[in-house]
Design a protein around this ligand. Structure first.
Ligand SMILES: [Ca+2]
Ligand SMILES: [Ca+2]
Length: 240
C-alpha cells in the first residue's frame, strides 16, 4: 500500500479475538475433571497397593494411631485435620492397642481386631470422610485367616474386591507382616473387611489421599474473583 509515495508495511488487519474468560477455562477444567471421575470402574487405575513405598501413596496422609490411648470402641473416627476415616465393627467392639504393634514391626498404638470380652472381631467397615480417597493402604500384621476387602464409591457401587490370604503358616510369629491397599477408577468412599474366620490382626500406618471436594454436576465449588482489571480464578478446595 502506497501513500504519497511512501511504502508502508503491509496493512495489519486487526483480528478480533473474543475474550476467553478464565472463568470459562476453569469451568471447562472442572467439567473435564468430573468427566474423568466418571470413568467406569475397572477401566483404569484400579489396582492393589502392596507396599507403603508404592508411588500412588506419595503425599498421602498417614494415621499412625499413636495419638490414641488404648481403648475399646464401637465406632471410632481417626482424623488428621478434617480428613480421615471411621472404623465400625459389625458387632461388638474393636480396640486401639499399644502392646503388640512394635513386636510386628510398626510402633506406638495400632488398630487391633480384638473385641472386649468377645475375642477376635475382624468384620468391620471403614468409611472415609468427605468425598472419599483416591488411594489407601496400611500395614497388616498377625493375620491368620483370609480377609476379603471390598471397595465402594459414594453411591455404594462395588469398585474392587480383594482377597488377602492368611500370613500363616507361610510366615510365623512376629514375621507375620504384610501390606494391603488399593486405588480405584473412582474415589473410594468406604471399604468393608470380612474375615473367613475370627482372628486377631493389627493395622498400623494407615495411609490415604483424600479426594478434593470439587463439586461435579452442580455440587462443585469454583470461586471466581474479579481482581483489578483482569480476572483471577481460584479453584477452591471445599474442606467442610
Ligand atoms: Ca502406630
Ligand atoms: Ca492373628
Amino acid at each position: 500500500m502506497l501513500f504519497a509515495g511512501v511504502e508502508l508495511w503491509p496493512e495489519v488487519i486487526p483480528i478480533s479475538i473474543p475474550p476467553v474468560s478464565i472463568a470459562a477455562v476453569v469451568r471447562a477444567r472442572v467439567t473435564a475433571a468430573c468427566a474423568l471421575l466418571a470413568i467406569a470402574p475397572g477401566t483404569a487405575f484400579a489396582r492393589l497397593i502392596g507396599s507403603s513405598s508404592d508411588p500412588a501413596l506419595v503425599g498421602a496422609l498417614v494415621e499412625t494411631f499413636d495419638s490414641y490411648a488404648p481403648a475399646y470402641f464401637n465406632s471410632q473416627s481417626f482424623l488428621i485435620g478434617t480428613d480421615g476415616f471411621t472404623v465400625t465393627p459389625l458387632a461388638d467392639e474393636l480396640h486401639v492397642d499399644n502392646t503388640y504393634c512394635a513386636s510386628f514391626g510398626t510402633g506406638g498404638s495400632c488398630l487391633d481386631t480384638l473385641s472386649n470380652g468377645s475375642g477376635a472381631n475382624d468384620d468391620f467397615d471403614v468409611v472415609f470422610t468427605g468425598a472419599g480417597v483416591s488411594v489407601f493402604g496400611f500395614d497388616l500384621t498377625a493375620l491368620d485367616t483370609d480377609w476379603t476387602i471390598e471397595t465402594y464409591d459414594t453411591n455404594d457401587n462395588l469398585l474392587g474386591s480383594y482377597l488377602i490370604v492368611s500370613q500363616s503358616p507361610g510366615l510365623t510369629d512376629f514375621d507375620r507382616r504384610g501390606y494391603f491397599g488399593a486405588t480405584e477408577a473412582l474415589p473410594i468412599q468406604y471399604f468393608t473387611a470380612r474375615s473367613g474366620g475370627t482372628d486377631r490382626a493389627l493395622i498400623d500406618n494407615f495411609a490415604y489421599t483424600p479426594v478434593p471436594r470439587a463439586e461435579c454436576g452442580g455440587a462443585g465449588r469454583t470461586r471466581l474473583d474479579r481482581a483489578g482489571d483482569g480476572w483471577s480464578a481460584v479453584l477452591t478446595r471445599d474442606l467442610h
